[in-house]
Ligand binder design. Sequence first.
Ligand code: ACK
Length: 751
Amino acid sequence: MHGQPLYSSTVALEQSLARQIAARRCEVRRRTSPQFSEACQPGFFKAYAGNTNCSKCPPHCFSYGEGAAICRCETGFFRAERDPPSMACTRPPSSPRNLLFNLNDTSLILEWSPPSDTGGRRDLTYNVQCKRCGPEPDQCQFCEEELRYLPRQLGLTNATVTVMDFSAHANYTFEIESLNGVSEMSSFPHPVAIVTVSTDQGGPSLVGTLKKDWASPNSIALSWQQPEQTPQGILDYEIKYYQKEHEQLSYSSTRTKAPSVIISGLKPATWYVFSVRTRTPAGYSSYTPKYEYKTTGDSSDIASDQGQVLVIVTAAVGGFTLLVILTLFFLITGRCQWYFKAKMTSEEKRTNYQNGHVPFPGIKTYVDPDTYEDPTQAVHEFTKEIDPSRIRIERVIGAGEFGEVCSGRLRTPGKKEIAVAIKTLKGGYVERQRRDFLREASIMGQFDHPNIIRLEGVVTKSRPVMIVVEYVENGSLDSFLRQHDGHFTVIQLVGMLRGIASGMKYLSDMGYVHRDLAARNILVNSNLVCKVSDFGLSRVLEDDPEAAYTTTGGKIPIRWTAPEAISYRKFSSASDAWSYGIVMWEVMSYGERPYWEMSNQDVILSIEEGYRLPAPMGCPVALHQLMLHCWQKERSHRPKCTDVVSFLDKLIRNPSSLLSLVEDIQSLPESPGEEMDFISIGDWLDSIKMSQYKSNFMAAGYNTLDSVARMSIEDVRRIGVELIGHQRRISSSVQTLRLQILHEQEKGFHV
Ligand code: ACK
């Protein structure tokens, strides 16, 4: 673990608290020490001979005789090689709990809760063992290398693993064992949780050889023969690929209905491994054997591939016109882009994918309005012009960057009048402002999803210019949650998160990267349905008061943004996943500001050092784990929106999985030691800006930090902290304190 305290409302103050602890401990040891050179009494030890003090044996250790140099561990407890003599003896953890699996078409996700007893250590890891069993229980064999595990099979630190490449019609038994630094010292078998999974999918036939048609520095085109006997018909093919040297890390996959595909977004001069399987109504086939192909390294290679591009394109599109073929040709070669930018229709622009995103055939793809030379054309294409006589403005509800935001009514002939929000462009604008204002409408107009704010239309032919969207009764999610602090059940909060994830899945499937996902940019209706809003790429960031300029010149909402997007503007659906994790945290803490009052610079440095936001008060373990998953440094390890949606669905279907709260599993060892007693409750409350409750703590008998660290949320309420926001802040700091004590315990105190 990290050698520094975890987040609290003031990390710096907590660091200073830690220093104070050490200094005070040193002083007290000096004051209370027995004669320097005396032999230690039973129950005490002195690791080094000479003028040092005798120390009390730490928990689960004993010394019977006098003059002990080390305390021995009680039966069943151990000291790992690197544990200092001052550290408590510890034991192996109990087994993982609540092991669940979720099997979908391509992967099996195993999830579990941490053991109820961590053995007093924090170096908890998990290993996965797999056996493949026949009909009889004694017909089991180890799965060997046939399966792939993400992030890995052994030494997992998070309580989840994704298993891939399993076969149809097989029974797999997975054992999850929990381990810590003393597990190997115990002669007892490692405790395991076991689950058996049947993959009873159909087994349609394999596709033929996978052939490379052409390659360029960033793309590879593949084709294959259709399976000969597929009576039920082929729904589509799934192509799995990964960079050869990253075999065990992650893979990407895409689908196509045709027996060919162009995979783009690849690195130049790099080997990739591909395999394909078919999907029929009966299920998936096995994958083909793996084929390795390399992208080309320079422009001469592309030239040699161009002829083949045309052939493939011709084959794929059949009767498409020469113009389209040439358009693709020029797009791929990068020539004459200005010409086609002006001439392309939206359908053709859909092939101009964002961030190398390869959409599934048939799924609508987002078109960047900036690819239109004349942005008004995009407005015409994606929005409906509304006659202003159909709009009745009722009242001003807020202020946007371009003008007032009003609520009102919209009449549509033959339909019921509806409530709308109307964004106006204030008078005296320049053309660039008009264009930026309407860009949001051109983006929104392409979306149609219950969790995305719906565009009704625009007014551009008269003044004021307006964007009319559905009215969402409860306004922005962040202020809504702050106003209703503590009012919702966990299931209601998870339902909101599920809606946001579903909206984000829709956006990422369309190839749209939001870049500014935050609770302030989500709107909530009267049924608590959350709708993602605020579209407009760079404009959104200019508009966002949270966005700050980075050293690379961009304006970025630091607290919500993934490290790679802050450092080198690598925005992607994976960076949106990071922001989604922050939104989860905002929701579960009822609109608390992420990283509290830490400066942006401290946030960046802390994230870089590996720190992550702790669980908000009352947060189920499963949700905090999902947040941590979204905040993985390696962006390819973060969950996809589709995984998030199905995970949240599962939680909603099994509400009992939400019962285990983070504070429940962070229990303290029996005796955390005297060390924390030397920091006053007053100092601690000052550090979290809650000094007004000092007398409440004192009156209730909480006069040491050790006793405070054992408080539950209920205790915080009971001593008279009435404001929920304050309960939450104190509870969150109690958790940090608890982690700090555990951490100090683990290190042992060396003064
Ligand atoms: O937090 P709010 O009430 O929700 O204040 C802001 C304000 O306008 C400025 O953006 C509110 N707002 C924006 N769009 C909508 C909408 N579609 N429905 C209801 N309120 C909206 C937002």
